[in-house]
Design a protein around this ligand. Sequence first.
Ligand code: FPP
Length: 273
Amino acid sequence: MTSAHPLAGKQLPRHVGIIMDGNGRWANAQGLPREVGHERGADSVRTVVRAARKLGIDALTLFAFSSQNWDRPPHEVYHLMALLRRYLIEERAEILDNDIRLVTVGETHRLPSSVREPMMELIEMSAQNTSMVLCLALSYGGREMITDAVRKICRAVTAGSLEVDAIDTDVVSSYIESSRILPPLDLLIRTSGEHRISNFFLWEAAYAELFFTETLWPDFAREHLLEALEDYSRRERRFGLTSAQAKSDDADVDADADADAAAEAAGEAGEVA
Ligand code: FPP
């Protein structure tokens, strides 16, 4: 990090997720077809990936196509797939030259081979890169991912490799695809003035800081990312603790000790009852 870094010394998120919304409204407002909005949206993707990498963000997840987006008009789905293919081919050099690792979350087996092929190639070619993880959420639904985890957990229980009583939040996390490849989600940005999660990182967003902006995704540029990061740097992340605990360097240790004491007390109370 250089001294010219606009957020030098401030609390930065390790993992930023973005719900890129407003492409259609942007196009409508200009009297253009929705597809042009998506094309401009792909330009914003290029800008934001570059900016995030330069700012030192460890992981950036972009909600590029939801499980529900398959139900959009066929010509729009076709265009979005063509745009994804073009992005994966045209950005290959930029991603590799900047030491970015591409990963995906979602039901990518549903994507056409015209997208899957350049995607798998770039995943493989970038696998050793370490400067930033770029995660594309493709054919992604948070409920679908949780449902998939439940199915796998049930299979493990049925096979005898997992005890029902051993299932806790860490175990469930380990069955959620994103937690195997990404750090915990710190900041979730949604553009276009909508205040919804829309089936994005439902499990992962439990303690993420949320940032909503009126800016439509095709207009979202480096300065908007900086604004979100600046806002994040002023947030106090408490994870259910008190402010004093959260500020303490020993917060984790204290929380563990307090949780143990509370559990013990609850156990004793249960025994008495
Ligand atoms: C939401 O806008 C956006 C999408 C459904 C697709 C996002 C895709 C891109 C940004 C471009 C391609 C992606 C990559 C990674 C190259 P909307 O269509 O729902 O907008 P609206 O709510 O204004 O109609």
